[in-house]
Design a protein around this ligand. Structure first.
Ligand code: PLP
Length: 407
């Protein structure tokens, strides 16, 4: 008899986006004349940069030529892209990462989901609250948690991000082995300072823990004093794995390309306490279960590091940051406490009421869709996430409507 992985039955059904879609569909049916503006989902709206399109097209044409066709590429990614990443994303900010420590993949979602299979089933895991749900659900599937009760899974340590700690969680009071951190954060938009990351790196080194650092929104950082990579912190190469993505950096959500950095010096321990390099394990996993990202996509990604690509991509991010700034300023002017929106495309708004109640009010009275914070965890109750991923005109109109409702 074929049996299921019972841990899947523990997964709390995430109704968040389905529930939002249902409420929006009902509103649209009841109000066919009203145009709904969506500032909910975290998907980009602007097209690929011309430099990426050109590189993509050239690579596709190569694939159609006898003398330039390529079959399977290296599972870890082509050297040209790994080297561009190491040079531009790391060496340029003083973080020592070599090309062979970069693993190209088709998404930070898959990588942050898959990485946990390198670790023992009984490790203690710390996740942020509110959280990007992939970190939690993948560990539930792997059997590392207890049941879901009162909005939380047994066995996980929740790192609370609240107004009191400026939405950057403190070191937990109980011991943990694996720590998920995400900055700039989804959903709060908060960023960790050098000092705060230093504390986490120190903690990981002292306790032989490992940090999984998700920097999918790194491209939105404009404050020069903020760390762009955890490897800017001395000692992080032994205790941290970093995830990045071209999705939000360069509008690749539909094109698919990302990367994970596993330094050769990064270690975990076997049951006898012997150190084991994670680079070799991830390399083995990647080569066994993944066959690489398509050549044209890697060429398109490489193009963001050319002079014109760099300018074009920055202009796209600036566009979203301008939207974010307008949203943040408006919500502040209406008297709401906010975080994010300056070095991030997300604005986390303290609603002062139940998240869903506030969501319904904006939907029904302003025809604007946001995301209720409670969908991201217990600490999201009483908050709303507003996304800057939309066209400027739509954002301006949404803000005018919101003002009429809330002023
Ligand atoms: N990490 C975070 C924090 C995200 O918010 C997202 C996407 O929304 C991802 C990773 C996924 O990125 P990708 O499109 O590369 O899979």
């Amino acid at each position: 008899m074929i049996r299921i992985n019972e841990h899947y039955s523990k997964l709390a059904a995430s109704y968040l986006f389905a529930d939002i879609a249902r409420r929006v569909a009902k509103f649209e049916k009841d109000n066919p004349d009203r145009k709904v503006i969506k500032l909910g989902i975290g998907d980009v709206t602007r097209p690929l940069a011309p430099a990426c399109v050109e590189a993509f097209r050239t690579a596709v044409e190569e694939m159609g030529r006898d003398d330039a066709f390529r079959g399977y590429g290296p599972e870890q990614g082509y050297e040209f892209l790994r080297e561009a990443v190491a040079a531009n994303d790391y060496r340029a900010v003083g973080a020592g990462v070599s090309a062979d420590e970069v693993f190209i993949s088709d998404g930070a979602k898959c990588d942050t989901a898959n990485i946990q299979e390198l670790f023992a089933p009984d490790i203690r895991i710390a996740v942020p609250d509110p959280v990007y749900p992939v970190y939690v659900d993948t560990n539930v599937m792997a059997g590392r948690t207890g049941a879901f009760e009162n909005g939380r899974y047994g066995g996980l340590v929740y790192l609370e991000s609240t107004e009191q700690n400026n939405y950057v969680p403190d070191i937990p009071s109980e011991p943990v082995d694996l720590i998920y951190l995400c900055f700039p954060n989804n959903p709060t938009g908060a960023c960790a300072t050098m000092q705060q990351l230093k504390r986490w790196v120190k903690y990981a080194r002292e306790t032989k823990a490992l940090i999984l650092f998700d920097a999918a929104y790194e491209a939105f950082i404009r404050d020069e004093s903020l760390p762009r990579s955890i490897y800017q912190i001395d000692g992080a190469r032994e205790v941290a794995i970093e995830f990045r993505s071209f999705s939000k950096t360069a509008g690749f959500t539909g094109t698919r390309c990302a990367f994970t950095v596993v330094p050769k010096t990064c270690i975990a321990y076997d049951s006898n306490g012997n150190p084991r390099p994670l680079h070799a394990m991830w390399n083995r996993r990647h080569a066994t279960k993944f066959n690489g990202v398509s050549y044209p996509v890697q060429r398109a990604a490489e193009a963001i590091y050319t002079r014109e690509g760099c300018v074009q991509v920055r202009e796209i991010i600036d566009y979203y940051l301008r939207n974010a700034c307008l949203i943040r300023e408006k919500m502040l002017s209406l008297g709401y406490h906010c975080v994010g929106g300056d070095n991030s495309p997300y604005i986390w708004v303290k609603t002062g009421t139940d998240s869903w109640e506030f969501f319904d009010r904006l939907l029904n009275e302003a025809a604007v869709v946001c995301t209720p914070g409670s969908g991201f965890g217990r600490c999201g109750s009483g908050y709303l996430r507003i996304s800057a991923f939309n066209h400027l005109e739509a954002v301006k109109e949404a803000l005018e409507r919101i003002e009429k409702v809330l002023a």
